[in-house]
Design a protein around this ligand. Structure first.
Ligand code: TRP
Length: 460
């Protein structure tokens, strides 16, 4: 115990480091894999517009609230609520986040495993000469195979655990700074290739031309869930990262830059994917396999495709890794600080228990398809419940907590670094987290759930 208290708490070492790590958490499979397929299933342009609205009005304020809680307490999500509201039910919000971390990591590492397989395939033959039918048949065969995706998933979990094992400063900070900009360049190049394919304009129209008749309660809830998922908010990841942010950093600016970078990458991913989807005659509602089928098609069609395929899947794996570490870190910070386990033990315990749920998730895609409710297997259920239920609920509790239970002076001091910054936005922020965000989240949530007929026979 004394030993733990004598070791100074790990933290980020620079401003760029904070942004790279937080953007590294936000930018991941959520932007490149999930965003295009969820947008595709929910009508394209109309979804994008609502998604964007949620990012600005709710996402940024929730992110800022997480930073405020984290930095002011220097603690993991459970410990943070314990410090700010001892002997209350608020720490349960932290536990909700810890459970969400389990759910998210188990399906996220399944998909991360897929990216490793595709990295391997890209290396082998760069998808040469394969048409849509072959690519989608091969994707399905792989996904439902059992053993092969399982091996990749666990390799990925080992990488994740290895980095978390090492702590905050050493590693993540250094290479996210170099790799995230590289990802941006690759996505721009892919976007350019995609929009210059014959028949591409239909895809751009689908993405940017909102058809308001497509908007339903489900679409709105999916947009909210996706905005939370993509920004890494609602489960305490950014409370945890916030606790490692230095006292001199401008939290408002950080939240804004991270959200802007995240949104930009999602839109660029949409621009890279939808024109190709339409050009090659794939249904935009193709679901979770969308990027694994369309992007190999584009690579096969472009000059230097072999090289770009390789680089792309490499960077996608890295983007996924900088996100998985941020999720695992939440559980590890909790175990090591609250249960005094020590970082190494905590990492082993968290990674191995999550890996077990991860196995069930991957196997539910094929061999264990018995693990399903209606048309949703365990993988789908964990994805839908974490993004569309747990994150909005967590986000709601977080804004209610900061808005109504934290002292106003304390919030303002955190936003303005004790008077060193002007933080002119503070009243707007306070208004949003007290009224606008909670009402909007609660409304979207209840409305969306009603339409879903959750746990019933509805179409979730
Ligand atoms: N935001 C990441 C992505 O878009 C995933 C992620 C990392 C996440 N940490 C999170 C999602 C915390 C929700 C909560 O891929």
């Amino acid at each position: 115990m004394a030993l733990i208290e004598n070791v100074p708490r790990d933290s980020f070492s620079s401003r760029i480091g904070v942004i790279a790590a937080a953007a590294g958490s936000a930018i991941g499979l959520g932007n490149i894999w999930r965003f295009p397929y969820v947008a595709g299933e929910n009508g394209g342009g109309a979804f994008l517009l609502i998604y964007f609205g949620f990012i600005v009005l709710i996402g940024v304020p929730v992110m800022l609230s997480e930073f405020v809680i984290g930095r002011s307490t220097q603690s993991n999500p459970v410990g943070a609520f314990k410090r700010l509201a001892p002997k209350s039910f608020w720490p349960l919000t932290g536990f909700l986040g810890i459970s969400a971390a389990f759910f998210i990591l188990s399906f996220y590492t399944t998909v991360s495993g897929w990216t490793l397989e595709y990295l391997f395939l890209a290396f082998k033959d760069g998808f040469a000469g394969k048409d849509v039918t072959t690519l989608s048949a091969e994707f399905d065969a792989f996904r439902t195979n059992g053993l092969r995706p399982l091996i990749w998933q666990n390799i990925f979990m080992v990488f994740t655990a290895f980095i978390v094992f090492k702590g905050i400063k050493n590693g993540i900070e250094k290479y996210t700074k170099i790799l995230m900009p590289l990802l941006l360049v690759i996505i721009i190049i892919l976007g350019i290739r995609s929009v210059t394919l014959p028949g591409a304009s239909e895809g751009l129209l689908f993405l940017f031309n909102p058809d308001f008749s497509k908007i339903t309660g489900k679409v709105i809830l999916e947009a909210l869930g996706q905005s939370f998922f993509s920004l890494s908010i609602g489960m305490g990841t950014l409370i945890t990262y916030g606790s490692y942010i230095g006292k001199k950093e401008n939290l408002g600016k950080t939240a804004l830059s991270v959200s802007a970078a995240d949104t930009l990458i999602a839109i660029l991913a949409g621009v890279a994917i939808f024109p190709a989807v339409f050009a090659f005659g794939i249904a935009p509602e193709a679901g979770a396999g969308l990027v694994f089928i369309t992007l190999p098609m584009i690579f096969d069609q472009m000059a230097g495709g072999y090289f770009f395929a390789l680089i792309f899947f490499l960077l996608l794996s890295i983007a996924a890794l900088t996100s998985t570490i941020s999720v695992l870190e939440v559980v590890v910070a909790y175990l090591s600080e609250e249960l005094k386990l020590g970082r190494k033990k905590a990492t082993l315990l968290a990674a191995s228990t999550i890996a077990l749920l991860g196995v069930a998730c991957t196997m539910s895609q094929g061999p264990w398809s018995i693990l399903s409710i209606g048309k949703y297997n365990l993988f789908d259920l964990l994805e839908l419940i974490s993004a569309n239920v747990m994150l909005p609920l967590g986000g709601l509790l977080i804004v209610l907590f900061v808005g109504w239970f934290m002292a106003k002076d304390k919030i303002f001091a955190e936003l303005a670094n004790n008077g060193k910054l002007s933080a002119g936005f503070r009243y707007v922020y306070l208004f949003i987290i007290r009224f606008l965000a909670p009402v909007a989240i609660a409304f979207v949530f209840l409305h969306g759930l009603g339409i879903f007929g959750f746990f019933g026979s509805g179409d979730l």
